[in-house]
Design a protein around this ligand. Structure first.
Ligand SMILES: [Zn+2]
Length: 247
């Protein structure tokens, strides 16, 4: 008489139960054997669920990475700027050390603390002090968290608005800067002086102040010098939106 080994669960070792099957099934060699024994545990089901969950998690992660990639391309951060992170900034004096600590705290609390007054920074000081590096570092950190940021050099913004103005759709440039979660405007004051541009910058700042949307600005100018160059209205918006940090 033929002795058949009863299959066991490969996960927990519990033997399968044998089923009564019509003779017709048993004559089919592969399918018959498969139908004849059924597991008495839910290991196989659990394994399928686990694999399904892993597949979903992988898909979600890929989607997030894709979205982050899109955020990066919209943020105008060039590959060179992407390497400027808060981790790769090495402070050379106390002011830089304090600013770095504040910005680390800022990015770690961004999602809980963003909707309040003074939720931005005005980083000013002489050229070469690392203002741009710190500002780009904040953008890089928040983009990795999936927070939409736009980082733009003020001079490039002026050119982009002028370019779009010719074709009559400069709002295409301005609207995203009004609405993005965090706007980083680098090197305010380095661009050529234009009254129409000052009016556009004011509109962006005013909207963001009303909506409690943060701005980070870097500049060689003190806020008093901003008032002289851009007018008191812009300087007062900056003072209401930003903590003013000398670097
Ligand atoms: Zn099992």
């Amino acid at each position: 008489m033929e002795v058949k080994a009863i299959p066991v669960c490969i996960y927990c070792g519990k033997p399968f139960a044998e089923q009564e099957l019509p003779q017709a099934f048993l004559r089919l060699p592969v399918i018959g054997e498969k139908l004849r024994y059924v597991p008495q545990c839910d290991c196989y089901e659990k394994q399928r669920e686990k694999e399904e969950a892993e597949r979903k998690a992988k898909e979600e992660k890929e989607l997030l990475l894709k979205q982050i990639e899109e955020l990066y391309s919209r943020s105008r951060l060039t590959p060179r700027f992407r390497r400027r992170t808060l981790q790769s900034f090495f402070p050379r004096n106390e002011k830089q050390k304090e600013a770095l600590a504040l910005l680390f705290e800022y990015v770690s609390l961004f999602n809980t603390a963003r909707e309040k007054e003074l939720n931005g920074f005005y980083l000013y000081g002489a050229p070469g002090r690392g203002k741009t590096h710190l500002a780009a570092g904040v953008a890089n950190e928040l983009l990795k968290q999936g927070v939409p940021c736009v980082y733009v050099k003020t001079g490039e913004l002026l050119s982009a608005i002028r370019e779009k103005f010719k074709s009559g759709d400069k709002e295409e440039v301005i609207t995203p800067l009004k609405e993005v979660d965090l706007l980083i405007l680098d090197d305010l004051g380095a661009e050529e002086k234009q009254e129409w541009f000052i009016a556009d910058v004011f509109r962006i700042f005013d909207w963001r102040l009303e909506m409690l949307l943060p701005v980070i600005i870097t500049s060689n100018l003190t806020v008093d010098e901003v008032a002289e160059r851009y007018g008191e209205r812009i300087a007062s918006r900056i003072k209401r939106m930003c903590r003013i940090i000398e670097i």
